[in-house]
Design a protein around this ligand. Structure first.
Ligand SMILES: [Fe+2]
Length: 245
């Protein structure tokens, strides 16, 4: 089924190449993955054409996770990094004015969440969430700190690689992408059962942001480049959930 949007045809996600919802080595995927075959429902016009976002919804510090917890008063602890890139559609055209949201653990590998009881302390100056809207060329950037790796209750000794969670709305709800960005050179990527749900190495590599010295600022921060393709042959892999078209 081909959906339409004001940007042209919307190519549905090819579920055959994205990670399966059920992955035996990823324990929580077992109870949460569907037991029954999925029903195909017609999408509504609002799913295909909206929402639209304006830069007016953004606050001054929204894409600066180093400072947004304290609204510019005190920086978060950790390695300062810039994460940047372009959001593109299936035809490699930039996707302008789309909402990009991220959330992540702090430098010690702990989330600001009531269920996260890891030993690493919370950083009073770090919230862990940010958002921005792509510019006319589909470009976005976040200033943040590099998240720490953290252990999680799965198999006997599983650790998540350093990662940042991403949500990108695209042209419409139907095109929304939810995934995770990893960091070039992190040895834990090859030991992670969640990363392993992406079964093709070249597809996993699209979730790994390379170090980008061209955008790093001397004596301030390193940069990592993460381009995102919403659909088509070069699409960025969805995490192993089944939301969206
Ligand atoms: Fe996470």
């Amino acid at each position: 089924m081909t959906e339409t949007s004001d940007q042209g045809p919307l190519i549905p996600r090819n579920r055959a190449v994205h990670p399966p919802a059920y992955a035996i080595d990823y324990k929580t995927s077992v109870p949460r993955s569907p037991r029954w075959s999925l029903l195909s429902m017609d999408s509504t016009p609002s799913e295909e054409t909206g929402p639209t976002f304006g830069h007016g919804i953004l606050g001054e510090w929204d894409n600066n996770l180093i400072m947004n917890r304290t609204r510019g008063k005190a920086p978060a602890v950790g390695e300062r990094i810039l994460v940047h890139g372009r959001v593109m559609d299936e035809n490699a055209r930039p996707v302008p004015n789309t909402l990009v949201e991220i959330w992540q653990a702090n430098a010690g590998g702990r989330y600001r969440h009531v269920k996260d009881t890891y030993f690493a302390p919370l950083d009073p100056n770090f919230g862990g969430c940010g958002r921005t809207i792509t510019d006319g060329n589909g470009y976005y950037e976040f200033l943040t700190i590099r998240p720490g790796a953290y252990p999680w209750p799965n198999r006997a000794n599983d650790w998540r690689p350093m990662h940042i969670h991403f949500s990108i709305f695209g042209h419409s709800f139907g095109q929304r992408l939810i995934s995770q960005m990893y960091f070039e050179g992190d040895p834990l990527i090859d030991h992670c059962p969640i990363a392993a749900t992406v079964q093709d190495r070249s597809q996993l590599d699209r979730l790994v942001a390379p170090l980008d010295f061209s955008k790093s600022r001397p004596l301030d921060f390193l940069a990592y480049k993460f381009d995102i393709v919403l659909r088509g042959r070069r699409q960025t892999m969805f995490e192993n959930k089944i939301e969206g078209m």
